[in-house]
Design a protein around this ligand. Structure first.
Ligand SMILES: Cc1cc2nc3c(=O)[nH]c(=O)nc-3n(C[C@H](O)[C@H](O)[C@H](O)COP(=O)(O)OP(=O)(O)OC[C@H]3O[C@@H](n4cnc5c(N)ncnc54)[C@H](O)[C@@H]3O)c2cc1C
Length: 416
Protein backbone atom coordinates (compact mmCIF):
# COMPACT_ATOMS: atom_id res chain seq x y z
CA UNK A 1 0.00 0.00 0.00
CA UNK A 2 1.12 3.57 -0.68
CA UNK A 3 2.88 4.90 2.38
CA UNK A 4 0.74 8.03 2.38
CA UNK A 5 -2.50 6.02 2.37
CA UNK A 6 -1.66 4.28 5.65
CA UNK A 7 -1.05 7.72 7.11
CA UNK A 8 -4.14 9.55 5.93
CA UNK A 9 -6.34 11.48 8.29
CA UNK A 10 -9.17 14.00 8.09
CA UNK A 11 -7.16 16.60 9.98
CA UNK A 12 -3.54 16.87 11.09
CA UNK A 13 -2.85 19.14 14.06
CA UNK A 14 0.82 20.10 14.03
CA UNK A 15 1.97 20.83 17.58
CA UNK A 16 0.75 19.23 20.80
CA UNK A 17 1.39 22.26 23.02
CA UNK A 18 -1.40 23.82 25.12
CA UNK A 19 -3.33 25.08 22.07
CA UNK A 20 -2.87 22.10 19.71
CA UNK A 21 -3.67 19.58 22.45
CA UNK A 22 -6.80 21.51 23.48
CA UNK A 23 -7.96 21.63 19.87
CA UNK A 24 -7.43 17.86 19.53
CA UNK A 25 -9.65 17.28 22.61
CA UNK A 26 -12.32 19.62 21.21
CA UNK A 27 -12.35 17.98 17.77
CA UNK A 28 -12.53 14.50 19.30
CA UNK A 29 -16.23 15.24 19.79
CA UNK A 30 -16.64 14.85 15.99
CA UNK A 31 -16.26 11.58 14.10
CA UNK A 32 -13.13 12.86 12.32
CA UNK A 33 -9.84 10.95 12.34
CA UNK A 34 -7.32 13.36 13.77
CA UNK A 35 -3.54 13.05 13.83
CA UNK A 36 -1.70 15.04 16.49
CA UNK A 37 1.97 15.37 15.67
CA UNK A 38 4.81 16.89 17.67
CA UNK A 39 8.58 16.82 17.59
CA UNK A 40 8.49 15.67 21.23
CA UNK A 41 6.67 12.67 22.72
CA UNK A 42 3.40 13.29 24.58
CA UNK A 43 3.81 13.36 28.38
CA UNK A 44 0.58 11.79 29.66
CA UNK A 45 0.76 9.75 32.83
CA UNK A 46 4.24 10.98 33.64
CA UNK A 47 3.69 14.30 35.20
CA UNK A 48 0.20 15.38 36.19
CA UNK A 49 -0.26 12.94 39.05
CA UNK A 50 3.35 12.29 39.83
CA UNK A 51 4.09 11.92 43.55
CA UNK A 52 7.55 13.14 42.63
CA UNK A 53 6.28 16.71 42.02
CA UNK A 54 8.34 18.35 44.74
CA UNK A 55 6.62 21.01 46.76
CA UNK A 56 9.49 23.41 46.30
CA UNK A 57 10.18 22.66 42.63
CA UNK A 58 8.11 24.45 40.01
CA UNK A 59 8.11 24.53 36.24
CA UNK A 60 9.78 27.84 35.24
CA UNK A 61 6.99 28.43 32.65
CA UNK A 62 3.57 29.19 34.10
CA UNK A 63 0.40 30.70 32.63
CA UNK A 64 -2.22 32.98 34.09
CA UNK A 65 -5.33 31.11 32.98
CA UNK A 66 -8.48 33.20 32.56
CA UNK A 67 -11.94 32.12 33.68
CA UNK A 68 -12.90 31.55 30.03
CA UNK A 69 -9.98 29.12 29.59
CA UNK A 70 -10.83 27.48 32.90
CA UNK A 71 -14.40 26.87 31.66
CA UNK A 72 -13.01 25.30 28.49
CA UNK A 73 -10.78 22.95 30.50
CA UNK A 74 -13.74 22.03 32.71
CA UNK A 75 -15.86 21.19 29.67
CA UNK A 76 -13.08 18.96 28.33
CA UNK A 77 -12.81 17.13 31.66
CA UNK A 78 -9.17 18.09 32.24
CA UNK A 79 -9.61 20.75 34.92
CA UNK A 80 -9.87 18.25 37.80
CA UNK A 81 -6.49 16.76 36.87
CA UNK A 82 -4.94 20.22 36.91
CA UNK A 83 -6.51 21.00 40.30
CA UNK A 84 -5.32 17.74 41.78
CA UNK A 85 -1.79 18.44 40.52
CA UNK A 86 -1.35 22.07 41.56
CA UNK A 87 -3.23 25.29 40.75
CA UNK A 88 -3.06 28.66 42.49
CA UNK A 89 -6.20 30.76 42.20
CA UNK A 90 -5.60 34.46 42.60
CA UNK A 91 -8.26 36.80 43.80
CA UNK A 92 -6.53 40.17 43.52
CA UNK A 93 -4.04 41.98 41.36
CA UNK A 94 -2.08 45.11 42.08
CA UNK A 95 -0.56 47.12 39.23
CA UNK A 96 1.52 50.23 39.80
CA UNK A 97 3.80 52.69 38.07
CA UNK A 98 7.42 52.70 39.25
CA UNK A 99 7.68 56.38 38.27
CA UNK A 100 5.00 58.02 40.37
CA UNK A 101 1.93 57.32 42.40
CA UNK A 102 -0.47 55.76 39.88
CA UNK A 103 -1.82 52.32 40.78
CA UNK A 104 -4.80 50.09 40.15
CA UNK A 105 -6.08 47.37 42.45
CA UNK A 106 -8.22 44.69 40.84
CA UNK A 107 -10.20 42.33 42.99
CA UNK A 108 -12.48 39.43 42.16
CA UNK A 109 -14.90 40.55 44.85
CA UNK A 110 -15.55 43.80 42.93
CA UNK A 111 -17.22 41.83 40.16
CA UNK A 112 -18.73 39.17 42.42
CA UNK A 113 -16.40 36.39 41.27
CA UNK A 114 -14.52 33.98 43.53
CA UNK A 115 -11.22 34.57 41.69
CA UNK A 116 -9.66 36.53 38.83
CA UNK A 117 -7.94 33.49 37.36
CA UNK A 118 -5.43 30.75 38.13
CA UNK A 119 -1.69 30.44 37.85
CA UNK A 120 -0.78 27.01 36.53
CA UNK A 121 2.52 25.51 35.49
CA UNK A 122 2.53 24.84 31.73
CA UNK A 123 3.75 21.27 32.35
CA UNK A 124 0.61 20.59 34.44
CA UNK A 125 -1.73 21.91 31.73
CA UNK A 126 0.01 19.87 29.05
CA UNK A 127 0.14 16.69 31.15
CA UNK A 128 -3.62 16.85 31.84
CA UNK A 129 -4.41 17.43 28.13
CA UNK A 130 -2.07 14.66 26.95
CA UNK A 131 -3.57 12.25 29.48
CA UNK A 132 -7.02 13.00 28.06
CA UNK A 133 -5.75 12.53 24.49
CA UNK A 134 -4.50 9.05 25.39
CA UNK A 135 -8.15 8.13 26.15
CA UNK A 136 -9.56 9.38 22.84
CA UNK A 137 -10.30 6.87 20.10
CA UNK A 138 -10.19 9.19 17.11
CA UNK A 139 -7.08 11.21 18.01
CA UNK A 140 -3.82 9.56 16.96
CA UNK A 141 -0.63 11.01 18.49
CA UNK A 142 2.28 10.61 16.07
CA UNK A 143 5.56 11.55 17.75
CA UNK A 144 8.34 12.32 17.33
CA UNK A 145 7.48 14.00 14.05
CA UNK A 146 9.52 17.10 13.25
CA UNK A 147 8.06 18.92 10.27
CA UNK A 148 10.59 19.39 7.52
CA UNK A 149 8.52 20.21 4.42
CA UNK A 150 5.08 19.85 2.83
CA UNK A 151 3.52 19.52 -0.59
CA UNK A 152 0.03 19.43 -2.09
CA UNK A 153 -0.81 16.10 -3.71
CA UNK A 154 -3.82 14.90 -5.63
CA UNK A 155 -5.95 12.16 -4.08
CA UNK A 156 -8.95 11.13 -6.20
CA UNK A 157 -9.26 14.59 -7.67
CA UNK A 158 -8.95 16.30 -4.27
CA UNK A 159 -5.96 18.35 -3.21
CA UNK A 160 -4.53 17.20 0.09
CA UNK A 161 -1.57 18.27 2.17
CA UNK A 162 1.32 15.87 2.66
CA UNK A 163 3.69 16.68 5.52
CA UNK A 164 7.22 15.29 5.59
CA UNK A 165 9.23 14.80 8.77
CA UNK A 166 13.01 15.11 9.04
CA UNK A 167 13.31 11.32 9.47
CA UNK A 168 11.42 10.41 6.28
CA UNK A 169 7.94 9.88 7.83
CA UNK A 170 5.01 11.35 5.90
CA UNK A 171 1.40 12.08 6.81
CA UNK A 172 -1.57 13.41 4.79
CA UNK A 173 -4.86 15.21 5.37
CA UNK A 174 -7.15 17.61 3.50
CA UNK A 175 -6.65 20.09 6.38
CA UNK A 176 -3.52 20.83 8.42
CA UNK A 177 -3.75 23.04 11.49
CA UNK A 178 -0.49 24.73 12.49
CA UNK A 179 -0.28 24.88 16.29
CA UNK A 180 3.50 24.67 16.23
CA UNK A 181 4.17 27.80 18.24
CA UNK A 182 5.75 31.23 17.83
CA UNK A 183 8.45 30.08 15.40
CA UNK A 184 5.99 27.95 13.42
CA UNK A 185 7.82 25.97 10.75
CA UNK A 186 4.58 25.41 8.85
CA UNK A 187 3.77 29.14 8.79
CA UNK A 188 7.15 29.77 7.19
CA UNK A 189 6.91 26.87 4.72
CA UNK A 190 3.45 28.01 3.59
CA UNK A 191 4.64 31.63 3.23
CA UNK A 192 2.07 33.21 5.53
CA UNK A 193 2.85 36.90 5.69
CA UNK A 194 3.38 38.31 9.18
CA UNK A 195 3.61 41.74 10.68
CA UNK A 196 6.29 41.49 13.34
CA UNK A 197 8.74 43.53 15.35
CA UNK A 198 11.18 43.09 18.12
CA UNK A 199 10.04 44.48 21.48
CA UNK A 200 13.69 45.11 22.30
CA UNK A 201 12.95 43.47 25.60
CA UNK A 202 13.82 40.07 27.03
CA UNK A 203 11.67 38.24 29.58
CA UNK A 204 13.50 36.63 32.47
CA UNK A 205 11.55 33.89 34.24
CA UNK A 206 12.25 31.98 37.42
CA UNK A 207 10.64 30.86 40.68
CA UNK A 208 11.31 32.64 43.97
CA UNK A 209 10.51 32.23 47.65
CA UNK A 210 9.60 35.45 49.41
CA UNK A 211 9.76 36.47 53.05
CA UNK A 212 6.12 37.60 53.14
CA UNK A 213 3.12 35.58 51.88
CA UNK A 214 1.62 36.55 48.54
CA UNK A 215 -1.98 36.32 49.81
CA UNK A 216 -3.13 35.04 46.39
CA UNK A 217 -2.40 38.42 44.85
CA UNK A 218 -0.60 38.94 41.54
CA UNK A 219 1.70 41.96 41.48
CA UNK A 220 2.87 43.95 38.49
CA UNK A 221 5.21 46.93 38.61
CA UNK A 222 5.65 48.92 35.42
CA UNK A 223 9.14 50.29 34.86
CA UNK A 224 10.57 52.25 31.96
CA UNK A 225 12.63 49.19 30.97
CA UNK A 226 9.63 46.81 31.13
CA UNK A 227 7.12 45.32 33.57
CA UNK A 228 7.95 42.97 36.45
CA UNK A 229 5.25 40.44 37.39
CA UNK A 230 5.02 38.27 40.50
CA UNK A 231 2.52 35.45 40.00
CA UNK A 232 1.47 33.57 43.13
CA UNK A 233 2.14 29.81 43.30
CA UNK A 234 0.74 27.18 45.59
CA UNK A 235 3.34 24.76 46.92
CA UNK A 236 0.98 21.88 47.72
CA UNK A 237 -2.74 21.25 47.84
CA UNK A 238 -2.93 21.41 51.64
CA UNK A 239 -0.34 24.13 51.89
CA UNK A 240 -1.43 27.28 53.64
CA UNK A 241 2.01 28.81 53.21
CA UNK A 242 2.13 31.18 50.28
CA UNK A 243 5.73 32.10 49.76
CA UNK A 244 6.44 30.93 46.23
CA UNK A 245 5.97 33.10 43.14
CA UNK A 246 6.79 32.75 39.50
CA UNK A 247 8.31 35.92 38.13
CA UNK A 248 8.32 37.36 34.61
CA UNK A 249 10.72 40.28 34.47
CA UNK A 250 10.78 42.10 31.13
CA UNK A 251 13.91 44.17 30.58
CA UNK A 252 16.32 45.55 28.01
CA UNK A 253 18.58 42.92 26.38
CA UNK A 254 21.81 44.34 27.95
CA UNK A 255 20.16 44.43 31.34
CA UNK A 256 19.04 40.80 30.91
CA UNK A 257 22.60 39.75 30.14
CA UNK A 258 23.82 41.49 33.28
CA UNK A 259 21.01 40.12 35.52
CA UNK A 260 21.66 36.60 34.22
CA UNK A 261 25.32 36.89 35.23
CA UNK A 262 24.53 37.79 38.87
CA UNK A 263 25.05 35.34 41.75
CA UNK A 264 21.84 34.11 43.40
CA UNK A 265 22.26 36.47 46.36
CA UNK A 266 22.92 39.49 44.13
CA UNK A 267 19.99 38.59 41.87
CA UNK A 268 17.65 38.20 44.84
CA UNK A 269 18.67 41.61 46.15
CA UNK A 270 18.11 43.28 42.73
CA UNK A 271 14.74 41.59 42.33
CA UNK A 272 13.58 42.51 45.84
CA UNK A 273 14.48 46.15 45.16
CA UNK A 274 12.74 46.07 41.76
CA UNK A 275 9.54 45.01 43.55
CA UNK A 276 10.04 47.75 46.15
CA UNK A 277 10.29 44.98 48.79
CA UNK A 278 6.48 44.49 48.66
CA UNK A 279 6.94 40.82 49.63
CA UNK A 280 9.94 41.45 51.88
CA UNK A 281 13.26 39.82 51.13
CA UNK A 282 13.65 37.36 48.25
CA UNK A 283 14.95 34.37 50.21
CA UNK A 284 15.66 31.97 47.35
CA UNK A 285 15.49 31.86 43.58
CA UNK A 286 15.65 28.98 41.12
CA UNK A 287 17.52 28.70 37.83
CA UNK A 288 16.83 31.68 35.51
CA UNK A 289 15.72 31.52 31.87
CA UNK A 290 15.55 34.33 29.31
CA UNK A 291 13.26 34.66 26.27
CA UNK A 292 13.56 37.42 23.64
CA UNK A 293 10.16 39.08 23.15
CA UNK A 294 8.67 39.62 19.70
CA UNK A 295 5.27 40.81 18.64
CA UNK A 296 3.98 38.89 15.63
CA UNK A 297 0.67 38.65 13.85
CA UNK A 298 -0.10 36.74 10.67
CA UNK A 299 -2.00 38.87 8.15
CA UNK A 300 -4.15 35.83 7.34
CA UNK A 301 -4.84 32.75 9.44
CA UNK A 302 -5.99 30.61 6.50
CA UNK A 303 -4.21 29.67 3.28
CA UNK A 304 -4.92 26.73 0.97
CA UNK A 305 -5.87 24.02 3.50
CA UNK A 306 -3.51 25.28 6.21
CA UNK A 307 -4.84 27.14 9.25
CA UNK A 308 -2.89 28.92 11.98
CA UNK A 309 -3.89 28.86 15.66
CA UNK A 310 -2.31 30.05 18.93
CA UNK A 311 1.22 31.41 18.90
CA UNK A 312 1.65 30.29 15.28
CA UNK A 313 -0.92 33.00 14.40
CA UNK A 314 0.02 35.64 17.00
CA UNK A 315 2.58 36.23 19.73
CA UNK A 316 1.98 38.93 22.25
CA UNK A 317 3.92 40.56 25.09
CA UNK A 318 3.48 38.47 28.26
CA UNK A 319 2.65 41.56 30.35
CA UNK A 320 -1.04 40.78 30.66
CA UNK A 321 -0.73 37.00 30.58
CA UNK A 322 -3.04 36.67 27.58
CA UNK A 323 -1.04 34.63 25.01
CA UNK A 324 -2.32 31.15 25.66
CA UNK A 325 -5.79 32.41 26.60
CA UNK A 326 -6.13 33.93 23.12
CA UNK A 327 -4.84 30.67 21.59
CA UNK A 328 -7.42 28.63 23.49
CA UNK A 329 -10.16 30.92 22.20
CA UNK A 330 -8.82 30.33 18.67
CA UNK A 331 -9.03 26.56 19.27
CA UNK A 332 -12.61 26.84 20.53
CA UNK A 333 -13.75 29.01 17.60
CA UNK A 334 -12.07 26.78 15.00
CA UNK A 335 -13.55 23.59 16.50
CA UNK A 336 -17.02 25.19 16.54
CA UNK A 337 -16.78 26.34 12.90
CA UNK A 338 -15.46 22.97 11.70
CA UNK A 339 -18.28 21.15 13.48
CA UNK A 340 -20.84 23.59 12.10
CA UNK A 341 -19.42 23.06 8.60
CA UNK A 342 -19.52 19.25 8.93
CA UNK A 343 -23.17 19.40 10.03
CA UNK A 344 -23.91 21.49 6.94
CA UNK A 345 -22.22 18.85 4.75
CA UNK A 346 -19.11 20.90 3.96
CA UNK A 347 -15.58 19.50 3.75
CA UNK A 348 -13.12 20.33 6.54
CA UNK A 349 -10.96 22.36 4.15
CA UNK A 350 -13.88 24.39 2.77
CA UNK A 351 -12.60 28.01 2.68
CA UNK A 352 -15.99 29.43 3.77
CA UNK A 353 -15.75 27.38 6.99
CA UNK A 354 -12.13 28.33 7.65
CA UNK A 355 -12.63 32.01 6.85
CA UNK A 356 -15.47 32.15 9.34
CA UNK A 357 -12.94 31.09 11.99
CA UNK A 358 -10.52 33.81 10.81
CA UNK A 359 -13.24 36.47 10.96
CA UNK A 360 -14.21 35.44 14.48
CA UNK A 361 -10.70 35.57 15.88
CA UNK A 362 -8.56 38.07 13.99
CA UNK A 363 -10.15 41.29 15.22
CA UNK A 364 -10.28 40.04 18.78
CA UNK A 365 -6.62 39.00 18.81
CA UNK A 366 -5.54 42.25 17.15
CA UNK A 367 -7.35 44.44 19.66
CA UNK A 368 -5.70 42.63 22.59
CA UNK A 369 -2.30 42.94 20.88
CA UNK A 370 -2.71 46.68 20.33
CA UNK A 371 -3.81 47.15 23.92
CA UNK A 372 -0.64 45.41 25.15
CA UNK A 373 1.51 47.40 22.71
CA UNK A 374 -0.10 50.61 23.98
CA UNK A 375 0.70 49.69 27.61
CA UNK A 376 4.25 48.79 26.72
CA UNK A 377 4.86 52.09 24.89
CA UNK A 378 3.06 54.21 27.47
CA UNK A 379 5.24 52.93 30.30
CA UNK A 380 8.46 53.30 28.27
CA UNK A 381 7.87 57.09 28.06
CA UNK A 382 10.22 59.25 30.11
CA UNK A 383 8.54 62.54 29.25
CA UNK A 384 7.39 64.20 32.48
CA UNK A 385 4.01 65.23 31.05
CA UNK A 386 3.26 61.71 29.84
CA UNK A 387 4.32 60.29 33.21
CA UNK A 388 2.01 62.67 35.03
CA UNK A 389 -0.91 61.83 32.74
CA UNK A 390 -0.21 58.11 33.06
CA UNK A 391 -0.27 58.27 36.86
CA UNK A 392 -3.41 60.39 36.85
CA UNK A 393 -4.98 57.97 34.36
CA UNK A 394 -4.21 54.90 36.47
CA UNK A 395 -5.61 56.49 39.59
CA UNK A 396 -8.70 57.66 37.68
CA UNK A 397 -9.33 54.15 36.28
CA UNK A 398 -8.87 52.75 39.78
CA UNK A 399 -11.71 54.98 41.00
CA UNK A 400 -13.92 54.53 37.92
CA UNK A 401 -15.95 51.46 38.82
CA UNK A 402 -17.53 50.60 35.43
CA UNK A 403 -14.34 51.07 33.35
CA UNK A 404 -12.34 49.09 35.84
CA UNK A 405 -14.89 46.30 35.93
CA UNK A 406 -14.88 46.15 32.15
CA UNK A 407 -11.09 45.84 32.14
CA UNK A 408 -11.25 43.00 34.69
CA UNK A 409 -13.92 41.16 32.73
CA UNK A 410 -11.92 41.49 29.47
CA UNK A 411 -8.75 40.12 31.11
CA UNK A 412 -10.76 37.22 32.55
CA UNK A 413 -12.02 36.37 29.07
CA UNK A 414 -15.62 36.97 30.20
CA UNK A 415 -16.16 39.69 27.55
CA UNK A 416 -14.31 38.58 24.45
C1 LIG B 1 7.86 34.58 29.50
C2 LIG B 1 6.47 34.24 29.01
C3 LIG B 1 5.40 34.24 29.91
C4 LIG B 1 4.08 33.95 29.46
N1 LIG B 1 3.04 33.99 30.35
C5 LIG B 1 1.78 33.76 29.91
C6 LIG B 1 0.65 33.83 30.79
O1 LIG B 1 0.77 34.09 32.00
N2 LIG B 1 -0.61 33.59 30.29
C7 LIG B 1 -0.79 33.32 28.96
O2 LIG B 1 -1.95 33.15 28.53
N3 LIG B 1 0.26 33.23 28.10
C8 LIG B 1 1.53 33.44 28.55
N4 LIG B 1 2.57 33.36 27.68
C9 LIG B 1 2.33 32.96 26.28
C10 LIG B 1 2.14 31.45 26.18
O3 LIG B 1 3.24 30.78 26.77
C11 LIG B 1 2.00 31.05 24.72
O4 LIG B 1 0.96 31.83 24.17
C12 LIG B 1 1.63 29.57 24.59
O5 LIG B 1 2.68 28.75 25.06
C13 LIG B 1 1.34 29.24 23.12
O6 LIG B 1 0.90 27.89 23.04
P1 LIG B 1 0.94 27.13 21.65
O7 LIG B 1 0.39 25.77 21.94
O8 LIG B 1 0.32 27.97 20.60
O9 LIG B 1 2.49 27.03 21.26
P2 LIG B 1 3.66 26.26 22.01
O10 LIG B 1 3.43 26.21 23.46
O11 LIG B 1 4.93 26.90 21.54
O12 LIG B 1 3.56 24.77 21.43
C14 LIG B 1 4.02 24.46 20.13
C15 LIG B 1 4.18 22.93 20.00
O13 LIG B 1 4.61 22.64 18.66
C16 LIG B 1 5.71 21.76 18.67
N5 LIG B 1 6.54 22.05 17.49
C17 LIG B 1 7.21 23.19 17.23
N6 LIG B 1 7.86 23.10 16.05
C18 LIG B 1 7.59 21.89 15.56
C19 LIG B 1 7.98 21.20 14.36
N7 LIG B 1 8.79 21.77 13.42
N8 LIG B 1 7.52 19.94 14.15
C20 LIG B 1 6.70 19.36 15.06
N9 LIG B 1 6.31 19.95 16.22
C21 LIG B 1 6.74 21.20 16.46
C22 LIG B 1 6.42 22.03 19.99
O14 LIG B 1 7.16 20.91 20.42
C23 LIG B 1 5.24 22.35 20.92
O15 LIG B 1 4.74 21.21 21.58
C24 LIG B 1 3.87 33.66 28.10
C25 LIG B 1 4.96 33.64 27.20
C26 LIG B 1 6.24 33.95 27.64
C27 LIG B 1 7.40 33.97 26.65
Amino acid sequence: MDDALSNEFDIVIAGAGMVGATLACLLAESSLRIALIDRNPLVHGKDSDSPERRIDKFDPRVSAISQASQQLFRALGVWEDMISARVCNYSAMQVWDAEGTGSIDFSAAEINQPELGSIIENSIIIAALHKRIAQLENVFPITPFTIESFEYIDRDGRSIVKLHADDGQAICAPLVIAADGANSKLRGLANFECREWDYEQHALVTTVRTQRPHNNTALQRFMETGPLAFLPLRAAQEDGVQHFCSIVWSMLPDQAEWVMSLSEDAFNAELGAALESKLGVIEWSDKRFVFPLRQRHALDYVKESIVLVGDAAHTIHPLAGQGVNLGLLDAKALAEELQRGIKAGRSVADPTVLLRYQRRRKGNNLSMMWLMEGFKRLFAQQDLGVRWLRNMGMSAVDKAGPIKNQLIRKAMGLDS
